[in-house]
Design a protein around this ligand. Structure first.
Ligand SMILES: [Zn+2]
Length: 133
């Protein structure tokens, strides 16, 4: 059986692998720069501040909260969408099954699309690496 990843451009795959493994120095460098500016809350990927004195200027540069998931900035989500692809990497994951969550989810039904959240973005963001400031 042929792997889906075999169809991904090898350069794109390598770029994603380096990013996901933390081997790409550019995101770390920019994260270090943004971390020095005050203040929280920050984009969880690049650490650009959403508050503080630099926030208005950063918003003008496209570093504002992504409307559909305010944990990330528009710039980071835009880069992720532009760089569609992926890489196979080893990872560990912990899944928690909360007692009663299935009946509760069935009772609540599908999440409403009201602009503040979506079903797909939060689910996909669970797999993004969480960098430390
Ligand atoms: Zn960001």
């Amino acid at each position: 059986m042929e792997s889906v990843i075999e169809h991904v451009d090898k350069a794109v795959e390598e770029r994603w692998r380096r990013y996901l493994m933390g081997e790409d120095p550019a995101p770390r460098s920019w994260r270090s720069v943004w971390s020095k500016l005050p203040r929280a809350p920050r984009c969880e990927l690049c650490a650009v501040p959403f508050g503080g004195p630099f926030a208005p200027a950063l918003r003008m540069l496209g570093r504002k909260r992504f409307a559909r998931n305010p944990r990330y900035c528009d710039f980071c989500v835009g880069r992720l969408v532009q760089g569609q692809g992926g890489a196979e990497i080893e990872m560990s994951a912990l899944f928690a099954d909360v007692r009663g969550s299935v009946p509760m989810a069935e009772q609540l039904g599908r999440p409403a699309r009201n602009g503040s959240s979506t079903a797909s973005i939060p689910r996909a963001s669970m797999f993004l690496p969480r960098a430390e400031p």
